[in-house]
Structures are given as C-alpha cells and as structure tokens.
Write a protein that binds this ligand. Structure first.
Ligand code: PMP
Length: 397
C-alpha cells in the first residue's frame, strides 16, 4: 500500500539542523533553528524553571487529564501576561484561553476555528514570514495572501507597502501579525504604526491574529505587548497564539496558548465553546507539565522576578552579540553596511546574504544559516564570532 508514496521534502529549518548534526567539522557553527543558546552554545533549562519543577514534583498528586482548555490558573496567567494584570478585556470576561501544545498548536487551533466558523476568508501573512505559517494555515484549508513587509534594498520595513496591500483585504479576512521580534526579519512596527494598523483593521472589518512567540525578547515582557494592547483598545475581536518555547526555554514541553477575545462575554463564551470542540478532536486535552511550570512561575512573585531577570539576560546577550557581530565584520574588512542588524529585535536577523552566499557558508566554512539569509543571532558567541565573520567576509568577496 505504501509503495506509491514518495518522500516528503525535509523541513527547511529542522532539516538544516539534521545536516548540521551530520557535519563532522569541529568548528561548524549553527545559526539555523530558532533556539536560544548561551555563551557556551548550550540551551540550558532556566534556573527559575528548575525551581518550579522541584516545587511541582513535590506538590503533584495526580496525572489525571486536564480539561480541554487546560487549567483556569494558566489561562488567567497567560491573559495577564498578554493584556496586563488589570486589563479591561480580562475584567469584562471577553477573553478565553486554551492551553495548546506549543505556539504551533495554538496557530493550528486558530486555523481550524477560522476555517469552520468564519466563512470564506483569506489569511494575510507577511512577506516574508516564519515558514510554518504557510504550512499550518494551508493544512487547515485556508487560502493565503501575502502583504509586503520588508524592503530588501533598505534592510528595513516597508510600512507603506504593507498598508497598501492590507487595504486590498476584504471585510472578514484575517491579518496575521507578529506580536514582536518579527520572524525572520527582526523588524517590528513602531507604536504609531501599530495604532495605524489597528485602525485599518477596525475600519475594514479585518480580524487581527497575533502570533506571539517571543514576548520579552525585544525590550521587555510589558513593552513587547504594546502592539497587542493597542489592538485590544481599537479592535473588538482578536485571536492570539502564544508560545512559551523561547521565553521560558520550554521548547520540548510544548507549551503555548490560544486566546480568543470577543466583542462581549456572551459572544466570546459561545465562540470559545467551538474552540474546545476543535481541540477535542485534534489532541483531546493538553500536556500538563510545561503549563504547570509557567503557572507556578508567574503566580509566585519571587520566581517571576527571577524569570524576568533570566529573560533579560537572554535578551541582553543577544543584543551584545548584535553589536559584536557588526563590529567584527568591520574588523574583518567587510565594507557592506551591516549596522541595521543592531536595530533589529529578538533572535533573528535578515542578513541580506543571498542563496549562493548561504550555500558557500555551509559548504566551505561549516556555517549553517537558513536559505533566506536569516541568522539566529543567539547562536553567536565570543568564541565563534571571529571565525563566523571571517567566513562571511570570504563569501562576500
Ligand atoms: N511562531 C513563530 C513566529 C515562531 O518563530 C515559532 C517558533 N519557531 C512558533 C510560532 C512556534 O512555536 P512553538 O515551538 O511553541 O510551537
């Protein structure tokens, strides 16, 4: 029966990790997959997470199923992180949250919800965007359209083109926005631009959907939610996919959340009942551990303060690497201006390197970056910085 099935292509990002692992060169450098690494190139468990896990091990007295949306404590903790502790949307009970298996699970829930309940609508994604967005929404059977986001010539956002494209969307269409640390460009809208985008969505009757996978990696947990919080004031309905893979370092625990904001409590509750039906037929109920860690940390003032500091340390290390990278490229004689890399947010930067240069970096120097030229800045260390910049200088020659 299986003889007619041809092999699927490797995932463009996870496939690169496999290639990296198989490379025997000792000085190879992996700037591919979006995982935070410390100065030693490791992705350790955060100490705040270790502490929360010790508490949980002691307190846990059942492995019984969670309810379909997970615990109410987790849902509230997620909403407070998104909207702020005393936010109106929370007090007015207009928000409902389902604990999902990772941010990807949340996006998939969103996709299924849109497909089943919002009619013939198009999902607008940025060009470029995280590669899996296309996969997830296409798998849910949704048509996609792209809005401009990036101006390669300026290595910057092209806000005018973005707005011009979104003006072409039809009422009811969904606009996927990156909450902060746009993946792959690292370039985010300003507060004025968020405001303009929110007003555009409201005026045209578009449904905003936030993908929030890096809260805390740009400036801080509160600051990074500025765009989303502007939207909650302007737009009555919203969808949000959160991921805690990066900011809690809980990658393999698969912890995320799908949050729906409705016009009022009644509409939100009805719509969310459909989300529960969708979750039931995909994974039934969520995996407990990662969300229990997140809830324990966020509900304990001391642990939360420790986590915020650990998150700040990750963020600051990446910022330091951005500065070092720009400086070291110059020192290696690279004349092209890479200073834009210092202005970008989060783990990623669009380097502007082309496919041939990316291939040459891999083949000749053991430096692995995604084909689009996206660099994971978190993969840079003081040790690999000079070899990395020397290799880039060579492929730019
Ligand atoms: N959205 C974006 C923009 C991402 O970069 C990622 C992770 N790479 C995700 C969603 C998915 O996160 P998770 O690993 O929690 O599924």
């Amino acid at each position: 029966m299986f003889e007619k099935i041809s092999a699927a292509p490797a995932d463009p990002i996870l496939g690169l990790t496999e290639e990296y692992k198989a490379d025997p060169r000792e000085d190879k450098i992996n700037l591919g997959v979006g995982v935070y690494k410390n100065e030693h190139g490791e992705t350790p468990v955060l100490p705040s997470v270790k502490k929360a896990e010790a508490l949980l091990l002691d307190r846990e007295n059942t492995k019984s199923y969670l309810s379909i949306p997970g615990t109410a404590e987790y849902g509230l903790a997620v909403q407070q992180l998104l909207f702020g502790e005393q936010a109106d949307v929370i007090n007015d009970k207009r928000a409902h949250t389902a604990h999902s298996p990772g941010g990807t699970g949340a996006l998939r829930l969103a996709g299924e919800f849109i497909k089943r309940h919002l009619g013939e609508v198009t999902v607008w994604i940025s060009n470029p965007t995280w590669a899996n967005h296309k996969g997830v929404f296409t798998a849910a059977g949704l048509p996609l359209a792209e809005y401009s986001y990036y101006d390669a010539a300026k290595n910057d956002k092209d806000f005018e083109a973005m707005v011009a494209d979104l003006e072409k969307a039809n009422a009811g269409d969904v606009v996927l926005l990156h909450g902060c640390c746009h993946n792959p460009t690292g370039i985010d809208p300003t507060e004025q631009e968020w405001q303009a985008l929110a007003e555009l969505c409201q005026r045209k009757g578009l449904l905003p959907m936030f993908d929030f996978a890096y809260q805390g990696f740009a400036t801080g947990v509160e600051e990074d939610a500025a765009g989303l919080r502007i939207f909650t004031k302007v737009c009555p309905e919203l969808l949000i996919a959160s991921s805690f893979s990066k900011n809690f370092g809980l990658y393999n625990e698969r912890v995320g959340a799908f949050t729906l904001v409705g016009r009022n409590q009644e509409e939100a509750t009805k719509a969310f009942s459909q989300v529960k039906t969708i979750a039931r037929v995909i994974y039934s109920n969520p995996p407990a551990h990662g969300a229990a860690v997140v809830t324990t940390i966020l509900n304990d003032a001391t642990l939360k303060a420790q986590w915020l500091q650990e998150l700040a340390d990750m963020r600051d290390r990446i910022k330091t690497m951005r500065t070092e990278f720009v400086k070291t490229l110059k020192a290696q004689g690279v004349s092209r201006d890479f200073s834009f890399i210092e202005q970008q947010n989060g783990m990623f930067s669009f380097s502007g390197l082309n496919k041939d240069q990316v291939n040459a970096l891999k083949a000749d120097h053991g430096v692995y970056i995604v084909g689009s030229g996206r660099l994971n800045v978190a993969g840079m260390t003081h040790t690999n910085m000079v070899p990395l910049c020397t290799a880039i200088a060579k492929v730019l020659d």
